[in-house]
Each structure stands twice: as structure tokens, then as C-alpha cells.
Design a protein around this ligand. Structure first.
Ligand code: NDP
Length: 447
């Protein structure tokens, strides 16, 4: 078995040696999926995983735009169209200075498995730019988004590729992107998800990733006859996913102790209650401020500069900021402090060594491709509503989201249960996600 995995990874490394994040994502999948392939004749010897790691298409383009001082800026735009076996490419756009082909390929690869797990007909893709939205005026954001879409529009469409938001891309950016797409194509279609409520957006889409993550954590805790109620929860990030994860924890009776951004984290021993969370939402979404400003309004809280929150004592940890933000030492500290459940809101926030530590300790651990799939699932529901020219109520969407998270949990359990009864959610998510895509690829032949 080890030989099979090594031979496969050698081939992938040869072609993608300069892409560490992509290799990390592929290694994690290969180690769990190859043993399954070897035991199942229908998949064996067909190079399915080798086909899956090669994007169907990778588009890279120049984005030129003019800033408020009248100076010409140049950024790089991308779209990775990874796999369309089970539906149109679907996945977010990320605007962040760290964006490069490796990061987008890892995200697109993860997205293929995640979208498959949702049970909805969506292929996998991801895109974005190394543009940094921080400190930019609304006009600069608009000019950049318009310039970005003036090239991307050639490659996307409601039946081809349907992008959404991700880090640095929220409702404001989706609005500007949609406006330019509509102008260039002269058609009003569901080409992007995460749209505003008055022009095709779905209720609950803004909340979906964070809510879904907590629904998943709740499902895991239920397997131990436990729940979020009364739990001390630490959360990283203070963006879209973190904010709504915090909201759902509060609704389910948990206590939220931390939030963070790339400058550091705040810890509030009294708990970040609904009023304080409303303050954070205003601070981050409207004023576009920094999380450190929290302590100016709530002096009992503490700001810890340049650090992640994993040293704080907790029962449940929800990493909701970015990739590789939770390392092996952090995992060991969490375990030492009694953490019993880690549910990833971000994509690949835990390193391989951190995950190994969680597995060794046999605590509940959910990989982002399962636990944060609520966002894309609700994007899928937005696509359905756009096609039907119909709008479901908040309760209807929320109950569908809950059902999807519960189904994902079931699939992970089905494929991830070890002989001793421990559920390896990484293995479960990878195999369940793989099977549906692989079956479609086999049926469609070598294309
Ligand atoms: P936002 O842009 O709304 O928020 C991102 C948060 O993470 C901010 O607090 C940001 O801080 C912090 N952050 C970003 N980069 C870093 C970094 N390098 N180091 C430390 N902190 C960082 O993004 P989202 O909340 O939408 O996304 C968060 C994560 O969730 C990402 O991994 C994304 O891929 C994943 N995800 C998002 C989905 C969605 O529906 N939005 C769906 C599924 C997954 P700062 O402001 O300082 O940059």
C-alpha cells in the first residue's frame, strides 16, 4: 500500500513540486483514498486520482486598474476549473496578497470533494487574485472587481462555472462583479452566488458556512451524547465564517471566548455575547476595522498581538481564518487543555501533523471539506432558486442546510469508521467525496 501511495505522490510532486499547499491537500487525500481504490476493482488501474489532481483548466490573466491617485496597478487573476464530472465548476474567489496557483489549486481540489459531499450537482473550482482589499476605498474595490470580471466573464456562466465569495470577497465585491458580468453579457443570470437579497441572493447564504460548521460540530458531539450547550468555544478569524459560527454557538447555548484576525486575537473571559458580536460585525463589515479595537469598548477583554488563540483553554475549537493556522504544537496545547472537539470552518487550517495529533488522541475532528460545506451547499440552493426564479424562506433554507450537514456527517461516518469504532472524519470525507466523482468520471469515459 505504502508503495502505491509513494509512487502516486512521486508523480504528483514531479509535476507540482513548487506548490506546497496543493501537495499537502493531495497527500491527505491520497493517503486515505488510495487504500480504498486498491480494495475496489472498479476504480483500480484507471488512474482516476491522477486525473483528479490535474485541473481541467487553469486560467491566469492580467488585471489592470487605476487607483484613487490615478496610478495604474497590475494584479494577477486566476480561475482553476478543477473537475466538472458532477456539475458546473463551483467555488469561491479569494482576494488576498498571498493568492497564487498553489493555494488556488489546493482550494479547488478540496472543493471537488466538498461539493460532492453536499449531494448537490456541483463540480469544483476556485479563483481569485493577489489583490489586497485592505485599505482600499469602495471606488478602488469597484474598479478592481470590474477589471477582474472584464476578463473572467469569458470563462464562466450559470451552466459552466459559478463563482462565489471567499477571503476578501463578500457581498460588496460580489455586487461589483455581478454588475460587470451583467453588463458584458446583457443577461441577468445566477452566474455568481452570495448575491444581495434584492437581486437573486438566498436567505441564510451569508450565515451558511459558520452555521453549518457548528451544526456539524453538534452532530459529532451527539455521537458522544454531548452538545454545544455549556461548552467553552474558541474561534479564530473574525470574518464571515467566524462571525456566524459565533452566532450559532451562542444560539445553541455555548460560550464564545475568542476571535482573531491577522494581527492577533482577543480573549474575553466574560464571553462574547450577542451584543458584543453585533459590535464585531459592525466593526469588521461596516467600519472595516481591526479586532484589536474590541478591547477599547470591552476593557475586560485582552488583545494578544501576533498570536493565534489555540493556547486558550476550551472544550471546542473552531478554526475559521485561513490555511495552516493551527500547527502541531497548537494541537498538543489544545489537547493538554482538554479540548474534545475541533471542527474546521476554514479550508485546511490544521497542518497534517496537527491532524495526526488529534487522531492519535481520538478526539472529534472534522476537516473543512466536510464541516464547512454548508456555504457551498447553500450556494447550490441559491442556484436552484435562481433557476426556478423563486425564493425560499429563511426557515426553509436553514432546514435544508441542517439536513445537508447531517447527511454529510452520515457519509463521513459510513466511510470513516475504524475497526475500534473511532470515526476518522478525514478518511470518511475523502472517500465519500471521491466515490461520487469517480463514478461519474468512469461513466463519462476518458475525457
Ligand atoms: P473573510 O475575508 O470574511 O475573513 C477572513 C478572516 O480570516 C479575517 O478575520 C482575516 O483577518 C483572517 N485571516 C485571513 N488570512 C489570514 C492569515 N493569513 N493569518 C491570520 N488570519 C487571517 O473570509 P471568510 O470568513 O469567508 O473565510 C475564512 C475561511 O473560511 C477561509 O479559509 C475560506 O476559504 C473558508 N471558507 C469560506 C466560505 C465562505 O462561505 N465564505 C466557505 C467555505 C470555506 P484579516 O482581516 O486580518 O485578514
Amino acid at each position: 500500500m505504502k508503495q502505491n501511495i509513494k509512487a502516486f505522490l512521486d508523480q504528483v510532486r514531479k509535476r507540482n513540486g513548487h506548490e506546497p499547499e496543493f501537495l499537502q491537500a493531495v497527500e491527505e487525500v491520497a493517503e486515505t483514498v488510495i487504500p480504498y481504490i486498491v480494495k475496489h476493482d472498479i476504480y483500480y488501474g484507471k488512474n482516476i486520482l491522477l486525473r483528479m489532481v490535474e485541473p481541467e483548466r487553469l486560467i491566469s490573466f492580467r488585471v489592470s486598474w487605476v487607483d484613487d491617485r490615478g496610478e495604474i496597478q497590475v494584479n494577477r487573476g486566476y480561475r482553476v476549473q478543477m473537475n466538472s464530472a458532477i456539475g458546473p465548476y463551483k467555488g469561491g474567489l479569494r482576494f488576498h496578497p498571498t493568492v497564487n496557483a498553489s493555494i488556488l489549486k489546493f482550494l479547488a481540489f478540496e472543493q471537488v470533494f466538498k461539493n460532492s459531499l453536499t449531494t448537490l450537482p456541483m463540480g469544483g473550482g476556485k479563483g481569485g487574485s493577489d489583490f489586497d482589499p485592505k485599505g482600499k476605498s469602495d471606488n478602488e474595490i469597484m474598479r478592481f472587481c470590474h477589471a477582474f470580471m472584464s476578463e473572467l466573464f469569458r470563462y464562466i456562466g450559470p451552466n459552466t462555472d459559478v463563482p462565489a465569495g471567499d477571503i476578501g470577497v463578500g457581498t460588496r465585491e460580489i455586487g461589483f462583479l455581478f454588475g460587470m458580468y451583467k453588463k458584458l453579457r446583457n443577461e441577468f443570470t445566477g452566474v455568481l452566488t452570495g448575491k444581495g437579497m434584492s437581486w437573486g441572493g438566498s436567505l441564510i447564504r451569508p450565515e451558511a458556512t459558520g452555521y453549518g460548521n457548528v451544526y456539524f460540530a453538534q452532530k459529532m458531539l451527539e455521537t458522544k451524547n454531548d452538545s454545544i450547550e455549556g461548552k467553552n468555544v474558541i474561534i479564530s478569524g473574525s470574518g464571515n465564517v467566524a462571525q456566524y459560527a459565533a452566532e450559532k454557538v451562542l444560539q445553541l447555548g455555548g460560550k464564545v471566548l475568542t476571535l482573531s484576525d491577522s494581527s492577533g486575537y482577543i480573549v474575553d473571559e466574560d464571553g462574547i455575547d450577542t451584543d458584543k458580536l453585533a459590535f464585531v460585525m459592525e466593526l469588521k463589515n461596516v467600519k472595516r476595522g481591526r479586532i484589536s479595537e474590541y478591547v477599547e469598548s470591552y476593557p475586560n477583554a485582552k488583545f494578544v498581538e501576533g498570536k493565534t488563540p489555540w493556547g486558550e483553554k476550551c472544550d471546542v475549537a473552531l478554526p475559521c481564518a485561513t490555511q495552516n493556522e493551527l500547527q502541531e504544537d497548537d494541537a498538543k496545547t489544545l489537547l493538554k487543555n482538554g479540548c474534545i472537539c475541533v471542527s474546521e470552518g476554514a479550508n485546511m487550517p490544521s497542518t497534517k501533523a496537527a491532524i495526526a495529533a488529534f487522531h492519535k488522541a481520538k478526539i472529534l475532528f472534522a476537516p473543512g471539506k466536510a464541516s464547512n460545506a454548508g456555504g457551498v451547499a447553500t450556494s447550490g440552493l441559491e442556484m436552484t432558486q435562481n433557476s426556478l426564479r423563486f425564493k425560499w424562506s429563511r426557515e426553509e433554507v436553514d432546514s435544508k442546510l441542517k439536513e445537508i450537514m447531517s447527511d454529510i456527517h452520515k457519509s463521513c461516518t459510513e466511510y470513516g469508521k475504524d475497526d475500534d469504532g473511532y470515526v476518522d472524519y478525514v478518511k470518511g470525507a475523502n472517500i465519500a467525496g471521491f466515490v461520487k466523482v469517480a463514478d461519474a468520471m468512469l461513466a463519462q469515459g476518458i475525457v
